[in-house]
Design a protein around this ligand. Structure first.
Ligand SMILES: Nc1ncnc2c1ncn2[C@@H]1O[C@H](COP(=O)(O)OP(=O)(O)OP(=O)(O)O)[C@@H](O)[C@H]1O
Ligand SMILES: [Mg+2]
Length: 231
């Protein structure tokens, strides 16, 4: 469903992605791991079209989307939960969720029930400003907003970063629920290895802009991943 093929990405003269290939499938969680600055966010930016790749291809549902604009990719069903959440602090929780309506047809512009069953706190805080929520609540809001557009591919950039353990559990449960629906492909960027190991079906460790180690659930060796991340 998603195939990233041998992409290169440059910020000016600095190369941030070097021949990266990665795949995602419905009902599976593809984990992308690696230390700070190795290119994880750059890879997601390339997938959502926030930054152009200089070569390589991104294929989604059989279509080459490499040159599509971000809103065109969103309309195809690519949802993104950015690092640092990027919710709108002055909009209410409800208004923040409704910003996810953008790519939808008029008859689909409603908030799906499972957003509130996954994150009940959002229901109880619908009228509050996004900026008044705790970091963990904002992360739940950012995930909820991405679910509003009913993505076929959901990209999550370090959803546990700076979040308290109880909310990390809620986020983990939400990701498992979404995976078990079987219809959504999930790409999870993480540095929190235990969290990724609980949820992941396949794993790619990045270093200096390249994928340098991969494994999947059947031959998962968390110690080896940890070593690869530390090297
Ligand atoms: N807009 C930009 N312009 C120039 N260089 C950038 C830009 N964004 C990122 N970089 C550089 O590209 C490299 C990869 O950054 P990226 O944000 O993709 O890493 P990351 O793995 O997501 O890191 P982190 O774990 O800290 O979020 C880094 O060296 C970073 O400094
Ligand atoms: Mg990042």
């Amino acid at each position: 469903m998603l195939e990233v093929k041998d992409i290169n990405l440059f910020y000016g003269a600095a190369q941030a992605l070097r021949g990266v290939s990665i795949a995602a499938e419905p009902g599976k969680v593809t984990c992308v791991l690696g230390r700070n600055g190795v290119g994880k966010t750059s890879l997601l930016r390339a997938m959502v079209g926030q930054y152009p790749v200089s070569s390589g291809a991104i294929v989604f549902d059989g279509d080459d989307i490499t040159s599509l604009k971000p809103y065109e990719r969103a309309r195809k069903g690519i949802g993104f939960v950015p690092q640092g959440r990027e919710i709108f602090p002055l909009l209410t929780v409800e208004e923040n969720l409704k910003t996810g309506f953008g790519p939808l047809k008029r008859q689909d512009k409603h908030i799906p029930d499972d957003v509130f069953s996954l994150f009940p706190v959002l229901q109880s805080m619908l009228g509050r400003r996004g900026g008044d929520l705790s970091g963990g609540q904002q992360q739940q809001l950012a995930i909820g907003r991405a679910l509003v557009m009913r993505p076929k591919l959901l990209l999550l950039d370090e959803p546990t970063e700076g979040i308290q353990p109880s909310i990390i559990k809620d986020i983990g449960r939400a990701i498992s629920y979404l995976r078990n629906l079987g219809s959504i492909a999930i790409v999870l960027v993480e540095q929190y290895l235990d969290f990724a190991c609980e949820l992941g079906d396949s794993f790619a460790v990045m270093d200096r802009g390249a994928v340098k180690f991969t494994c999947d659930r059947t031959n998962l060796d968390a110690g080896e991943i940890s070593r690869q991340m530390a090297l």
